[in-house]
Design a protein around this ligand. Structure first.
Ligand code: FES
Ligand SMILES: [Fe+2]
Length: 438
């Protein structure tokens, strides 16, 4: 493996192609990124009652997250401490305990080992059950969005989100908050996990080109973008925060991918809620509330606010991911509007969605073109609008005009490189020091 500082160069603008293909780099990502970062697990709305649980993965580690008797949350590794079998084979549900199918060890919804068959006769009561609970995962949530980390030294979730929290509050901090319609849809794509993460964090460039036909079929406000002819840098911006998260926003376009009656109903809702958002969060965030976002919370949680797809790209080796897709809605929206948005999300970004299909093909080919040894010695380039980033008195992180931009993607790769070098948390870049970071 080449040194990390040779893999990412020019402040994030150049990537060595091996990072999308090589097994040794992937294993380093599992260690330095997926075993350290806060990773999205599920949402409060999916597991509201005691005993409700979801099974998901953090990197390739299988974990269970469960609602506790006191209303709190616990998460633990789904692997029996006797001989290692899974203790839960369902994707989610409600349980009083998790009983291993191999020899019958029973774990509580808190992951503790409660019962061992033949404890007296075969173990002679000489087994320390307290030390044999399932491996615990640190869990915290932000506005109902539940994340986990394996790293006890990681900062709190809110510090990990850094400047991104200020932005996502534009829609997460509305009265009633947001919720996810789940359980998630799941599908496989044969691509590296970074291809979709980089697309969602800041690839406005592909929208009018890769999705030209889909935009024409969908119609609505974004149709004029097809062919990349109709674009002005005043129509939005991109943001990156040092923590590696980022997004692009198109102003006044939150409902743009919901043509027809759903779009009209959604726009009415936005118009009705905007004054409340302005009152609570100020004019700038009202603007963000009405914009359409493409975003990634580093490393692998992406969403489109407005469309309202919410995704996790679960790594399954260097050249495969499992895509989990939920629909993001405001809790106080009328049920009918939530269902319209959900149906539109299926149509556009569900497993067989018209935009998902365009993207999936490009992600897979961007990964697999690196199969060739000679190809893999080369590099790829993310230099769009480089050097035009600026700080802003109100908006955290670095801002760059134009949502067709690669500012937020460069930020993602700067963070990737920092983490891959094993930089301790105390030395990683943070929003509070954005000036120094620039
Ligand atoms: S492997 Fe789970 S009880 Fe033996
Ligand atoms: Fe796309």
């Amino acid at each position: 493996m080449k040194p990390i500082n040779e893999l990412i160069q020019q402040d994030g603008a150049i990537q060595d192609r091996s990072i999308y293909w090589d097994e040794d780099i992937y294993q380093k990502e599992m260690e330095h990124i997926f075993a350290r970062c806060w990773l999205f697990l599920t949402h409060d709305s999916v597991i509201p009652e005691t005993g409700d649980y979801q099974v998901t993965t953090m990197g390739e580690d299988n974990v269970i997250v469960a609602r506790q008797k006191d209303g709190g949350l616990k998460a633990f590794v789904n692997s029996c401490t006797h001989r290692g079998n899974y203790v839960c084979f369902s994707e989610g549900g409600n349980a009083r305990s998790f009983v291993c199918p191999y020899h019958g060890w029973a774990f509580g919804i808190d992951g503790e080992l409660d019962d061992v068959p033949l404890e007296e006769q075969a173990y002679f009561n000489d087994i320390d059950k307290q030390s044999l609970g399932l491996q615990q995962v640190r869990v915290e949530s932000y506005k109902g969005f539940i994340f986990g980390t394996f790293d006890l030294d990681a900062p709190s979730l809110v510090d990990y989100l850094g400047g991104m929290a200020w932005y996502i509050d534009s829609f997460m901090d509305v009265p009633g908050g947001m919720e996810l319609i789940g359980p998630p849809m799941k599908s496989i794509l044969n691509c590296n996990w970074k291809n979709p993460s980089e697309n969602f964090i800041g690839d406005g460039y592909h929208v009018g080109w890769a999705h030209a036909s889909a935009l024409e079929i969908a119609g609505g406000a974004l149709e004029s973008m097809k062919g990349l002819n109709d674009y002005s840098p005043d129509s939005g911006l991109q943001v990156t925060v040092p923590e590696g998260h980022g997004f692009g926003v198109i102003w006044d376009a939150a409902a743009a991918l919901h043509p027809g009656p759903p779009g009209i109903a959604y726009q009415k809702w936005l118009d009705q809620r905007s004054p409340i958002v302005r009152e609570k969060l100020g004019k700038t965030r009202e603007k963000f509330y009405n914009g359409h976002w493409d975003a990634t919370i580093f490393p692998n949680c992406s969403f489109l606010y407005g469309t309202n797809t919410f995704k996790v790209w679960q790594p399954r080796g260097p050249r495969q991911i499992e895509v989990f897709t939920w629909t993001l809605v405001e809790k106080e929206m009328p049920e009918e509007l939530q269902q319209m948005i959900h149906a539109d999300n299926m149509l556009t970004f569900g497993t067989a969605g018209i935009l998902e299909s365009d993207d999936g093909e490009n992600f897979e080919n961007c990964t697999h073109a690196n199969r060739g040894f000679a190809t893999r010695q080369g590099r790829v380039y993310l230099g769009m609008a480089r050097g035009r980033e600026r700080t802003d008195a109100e908006m955290p992180g670095l801002v760059s005009d134009g949502w067709v931009n690669e500012t937020s993607t460069r930020g993602m790769y700067r963070r990737w490189a920092e983490l891959m070098q094993g930089t301790p948390w105390a030395k990683l870049s943070v929003t509070a020091k954005t000036d120094a970071y620039k």
